[in-house]
Ligand binder design. Sequence first.
Ligand code: 9MG
Length: 277
Amino acid sequence: MTQRSLHSIHKAKQPLIMGVVNVTPDSFSDGGLFFSTENAIEHAKKLINEGADILDIGGESTRPGSLPVGVDEELRRVIPIIEAFADKEILVSVDTSKPEVMRQAIIAGVDMINDINALRSSGALEVVAKSHRVLVCLMHMQGRPADMQDNPQYQNILQEVYDFFEERIQVVTAIGVSRERLIIDPGFGFGKTLQHNLILLNNLRHLAQLQVPLLAGLSRKSMLGAVTGNSVDQRIHESVAAAIIAVINGARIVRVHDVKATKDALAVLNTVQECGR
Ligand code: 9MG
């Protein structure tokens, strides 16, 4: 499992597509459409058929202003979906910041922990260090989902996000998690204004200097709606464009809702990049 996950991330010739499977009643972009185990499993199968490399399974909404759910409810939402795909070809990620959910997800066979809180919750580091195998996505966020968009402030967004990752990588590796198990993500929309998000996307390559694979999640986000004026369910074109920009600027994994459209666009990019100079 470790080898398979590490190999998939580090040896992949093409950028990987992480498909979003939200198991929440208030998911910001699917309106709670997949809020049952059966529906979530069906949706995950569709994403696999469309070409997803990773499924990201989340049981708690992280949209701005969202309220936390309890551990038991989150477990009830995500564990059956993880179990349904854990022994399949696809890599399975759990989107959680709760150590107990991480622990049980690891037992259920998850390949990756996607933590918007970058293992800063008490006990999270220890759970991940004990596993010796799971990959971890450390995401940058200023504040908490409930208040993160209340006037986010930075002196120098790029430098501060870079410094955050340097510190987190140091802390996480010091407890015994090898650097090759880490992925970093600037956290578009998490405690950032439109201008902050645009600067990060345009300068994403700066973060690649940390020599850790970069993940970018831009799909359907309000920063894209701010550019086009489209509502959340009408942002497919801008989401695909943003994913392509992220990959050109160094992202190795893109977290998306629209897998097929992203896959097709990446195929065009790849064909152009492979044609020789
Ligand atoms: C859970 N979640 C929502 N948006 C995200 C993003 O941009 N990155 C990651 N890693 N997770 C996200």
